[in-house]
Design a binder for this molecule. Structure first.
Ligand code: 6CS
Ligand code: FE
Length: 294
């Protein structure tokens, strides 16, 4: 056996049949040197709110861009577009940093990518990008989960050395399905019960049932860490650790909630074979080109 054999070293085992105990994170949260004031509390809280990340002009540009993508008939025949489970509305479009030159430029802007470089202490690349469209009335939420749990199990991401940036394209209220996080939960890895089914992503991207903690585990975490909700005007953003416990409710209000979601992974944490799935997910969901962003 070699060190790259995932069955030999797995600091974050998950997806077993029997319930398993919580694992205290062995890896750092901040891997580099942070000199942006907004990142000062990231180590402790596992997330930070960035007010006014986009200018009004950029907001208008990205709103038009994401509408253009959702209206593109070719994309409706493309695997990268995911439709809601119980309506014919678009839920997510993946790999938007390749589909849109405006988003390609956005992810390379130093004010954005330097946040990830500082936290991760290395060059970074895009592991996943998507636009989430949560329409009014019928927008379905995302149940409680840690992103890293899925990226480790299904994509072969070795360590939680990745950060996500969710940029609001619409106003986030408490009532339109805005993101809830458990501050501090990024230090605890919660193994999730159940084997990964084949082609699980086809189901999980609409409604995730495997790779989510038990209700008892969510209860324990919520007692320990509490729950805070991200609200703020369009153009603000939430930067969060790959292992923080988070989720969102359905949106039955008339107010849509769409966001651009970018995942930066360290080039020193590039993907191996999945730790708990038979096959890796397709590259439009989990990139296997680890070229650093320039
Ligand atoms: O699959 C992913 O990569 C992301 N999406 C979902 C619904 N769960 C895990 C992770 O956040
Ligand atoms: Fe998530």
């Amino acid at each position: 056996m070699t060190l790259s054999d995932n069955t030999l070293i797995d600091n974050y085992p998950t997806r077993s049949a029997a319930p398993a105990r919580h694992i205290e994170r062995v890896d750092p949260v901040v891997w580099g040197r942070v000199d942006t004031p907004a990142l000062a509390t990231f180590d402790h809280a596992g997330h930070t709110v960035l007010d006014g990340l986009l200018t009004p002009a950029e907001m208008a540009e990205f709103a038009a861009e994401t509408q253009r993508l959702a209206d593109d008939p070719d994309l409706w025949l493309d695997e990268r577009l995911v439709v809601e489970k119980s309506s014919r509305r678009v839920r997510s479009i993946f790999e938007v940093h390749k589909l849109s030159s405006a988003i390609a430029e956005l992810v390379r802007q130093p004010r954005i990518v330097d946040l990830a470089r500082q936290l991760l202490g290395s060059e970074v690349y895009i592991h996943q990008s998507r636009v989430n469209y949560m329409p009014g009335f019928t927008g379905a939420g995302f149940y409680w989960h840690s992103d890293f749990e899925t990226w480790h199990a299904e994509d072969g991401m070795p360590a939680p050395r990745a950060v996500s940036l969710s940029i609001a394209l619409t106003d986030n209220y408490t009532h339109n399905g805005s993101l809830m996080v458990m501050p501090g939960s990024h230090r605890v890895f919660v193994p999730c019960p159940g084997e990964t089914p084949p082609d699980h992503y086809r189901e999980s991207l609409r409604e995730q049932q495997i790779g989510v903690p038990s209700q008892a585990d969510i209860g324990t975490l919520a007692q320990r860490f509490g729950i805070s909700q991200f609200t703020g005007p369009a153009g603000s953003a939430l930067l969060f650790d790959s292992n923080i416990m988070h989720g969102s409710s359905n949106n039955i209000t008339p107010f849509p909630r769409s966001n651009i979601f970018l995942v930066f992974n360290s080039v020193e944490n590039s993907l191996t074979a999945p730790y708990s799935a038979a096959e890796p997910r397709p590259a439009h969901i989990a990139a296997r080109d680890f070229t650093p962003l320039r």
